[in-house]
Design a protein around this ligand. Structure first.
Ligand code: MCA
Ligand code: AMP
Length: 515
């Protein structure tokens, strides 16, 4: 029989032989052993099996982070279905879109959201709605408790769909990036090797698990290495530093690092047990990289990736033989293409550029996704005729191999590691009563790296305050999408072609949040 392509089966093989050893230490005191992980994922997978869902059914999950959410993710793979994580900040109109677009068979939500989520779910013909909170309560675990602890992982092809991650687009609504078992397995295996995971590693897990960074990069690394995790349901800078006495690996977006840098407890002694600090999801300022080195003696390893591709490049962990044995973790760069990833920098005609020249970044590799869920035209647009994926990021690769991201061709704001597409906010503002048009730009912010600022033009005679615009967005959209400032203008700045000059707006507000 052909080998099982199910990524859960790959992870399960990597679970340590000592089943009673700790797999997860949760803040609050609970310890979960590898046997607990085995049993709980079996029970949840048996519950999923008992629903008799068609193969490849989507299981949409919008719940607070907990170890049980991790179990649910693993159980979904184990049962051969498709995990669809949703940011807990999403509100009803956003959830309505995702459920309508993905047609999940199962929705799992927080008990406190059951009222509104179940209405939207039933409207979208979802057959099963379960609840799960971050304290092991809810109908999901009540039902799973009745199921057997024995379960054989479903046999699936390596190229079967495993996870859908929604990512917003420069135009229109979000697109579901489809990742196969093989996509996530190949990336996890590459990173296990490249980041030199050690037998005694302990991961401090501080990120949310509804995006690639916390869900794939962090969790897969630890599980594939059979390493325990210190599990934080919510990031806290003080407690993260305390955990470093026991932990060895930390992964975060730059905001997590700047918040920890502000703590007096951060010093060389507090981080002496740590082996590796990894940053990604947003650009880390070279100053932050240098400040961290100063405070702790550790050089943060920055890497670069996307929901569509998982990880693409990384600074070296140990000397990289492919690049003359270079081992420097160079601040302001995202390092080398990972083994197996082809990366090229091209001009507007897709022609590869020489080293050092700036252009569009395109990639190819076993980690690159299967396409956007039910959007074949969008998928085709994003690939070149020779099979490279257009990242929408602009950068250069130096002669010695280091890749630097210098900007984005996509109109995107990355705020505290979350992506905000101005087009989505602008279209919402433009539909408000009394508004003619708007423009949303990203400007530097000391905590979130970048935040949105909105400029709004009103219809003659209408009275709309900037605060009411922000308030209206807040009631309908995830909180991280709400611009941090809004102004009313007589007209948007335009060039002679009539195109809105977002750079003029960005310049006008570039110091708004900086001291
Ligand atoms: C919270 N707020 C934000 C953000 N987070 N505003 C802008 N950007 C944000 N990221 C809002 C809150 O709604 C609140 O507004 C106010 O800011 C203060 O909230 P605060 O309590 O400080 O926030 P927090 O709960 O502490 O969250 C900050 C955070 C969080 C811990 C930095 O944003 C976070 O966990 N970010 C990580 C995101 C991540 O994992 N990204 C990976 C994506 P109000 O008071 O008005 O309600 S995966 C990816 O990008 C690719 C593939 C990759 O390469 O990894
Ligand atoms: P997402 O849609 O959440 O997958 O975000 C992916 C985008 O985040 C990439 O296309 C980049 O623009 C950005 N990104 C991720 N890691 C880095 C990094 N280390 N430096 C700069 N940008 C990054």
């Amino acid at each position: 029989m052909a080998t099982n392509g199910n990524f859960f089966a790959v992870l399960q093989k990597a679970f340590p032989k000592k089943k009673q050893a700790p797999a997860v230490w949760a803040e609050g005191g609970l310890t979960y052993s590898w046997q607990d992980l085995e049993d709980a994922t079996a029970m949840l997978a048996n519950l999923i099996d008992s629903l008799n869902l068609p193969a490849g059914s989507r299981i949409a999950v919008q719940v607070d982070k907990s170890v049980e959410t991790l179990m649910l993710y693993l159980a979904t793979l184990r049962a051969g279905h498709v995990f669809l994580p949703l940011n807990t900040a999403y509100q009803s109109s956003e959830i309505d879109y995702f459920l309508g677009n993905a047609s999940p068979a199962v929705v799992v939500c927080s008990p406190s959201n059951f009222g509104w989520v179940s209405k939207i779910a039933f409207k979208n013909k979802v057959s099963h709605v379960f609840t799960l909170d971050d304290n092991r309560q809810g109908t999901l675990l009540d039902r799973a408790a009745l199921c057997s602890r024995s379960h054989t992982p479903a046999v699936v092809a390596a190229d079967a769909l495993a996870v859908i991650i929604y990512t917003s687009g420069t135009t229109g609504r979000s697109k579901g990036a489809m990742l196969s078992h093989q996509n996530i397995a190949s990336n996890a295996e590459t990173l296990k090797d490249y980041w030199n995971w050690q037998a005694d590693d302990v991961l401090i897990h501080a990120l949310p698990i509804f995006h690639v960074h916390g869900l794939f990069v962090a969790i897969h690394g630890a599980l594939l290495n059979g390493s325990p995790m210190i599990w934080m349901n919510k990031f806290d800078p003080k407690r993260s530093i305390e955990h470093m006495a026991k932990g060895t690996v930390f992964m975060g977006v730059p905001t997590l690092y700047t918040r920890m840098l502000a703590e007096s407890a951060l010093n060389k002694a507090a981080t002496a047990n740590m082996r590796l600090f990894i940053s990604g999801s947003a650009p880390m300022l070279a100053e932050t990289h240098a400040a961290w080195k100063d405070a702790t003696g550790h050089a943060i390893l920055e890497r670069y990736g996307m929901s569509e591709t998982a990880m693409l490049t990384s600074n070296p962990c140990t000397p990289d033989a492919r690049f003359n044995g270079l081992s420097e973790r160079r601040g302001g760069t995202v390092g080398f293409p990972l083994p197996g990833v082809l990366l090229r920098v091209v001009d507007d005609a897709n022609k590869p550029l020489p080293a050092g020249e700036i252009g569009g970044i395109q990639v190819k590799g076993p980690n690159v996704f299967m396409g956007y869920w039910q959007m074949p035209e969008k998928t085709a647009e994003e690939f070149t005729s020779d099979g490279f994926f257009k990242t929408g990021d602009v950068g250069q690769q130096a002669a010695d191999g280091y890749v630097t991201i210098v900007g984005r061709s996509k109109d995107l704001i990355i705020s505290g590691g979350y992506n905000v597409y101005p087009a989505e906010i602008e279209s919402f503002i433009n539909n408000l009563d009394g508004v003619v048009e708007s423009a949303v730009v990203g400007v530097p912010h000391p905590d979130f790296g970048e935040v949105g600022v909105a400029a709004v033009v009103l219809k003659p005679g209408s009275v709309v305050s900037p605060d009411s615009v922000l308030q209206a967005i807040k009631t309908q959209m995830a909180n991280f999408k709400v611009p941090k400032y809004c102004e009313v203008l007589d007209a948007l700045p335009r060039n002679i072609m009539g195109k809105v000059q977002k750079n003029v707006l960005r310049d006008a507000h570039s110091n708004r949040f900086l001291t």
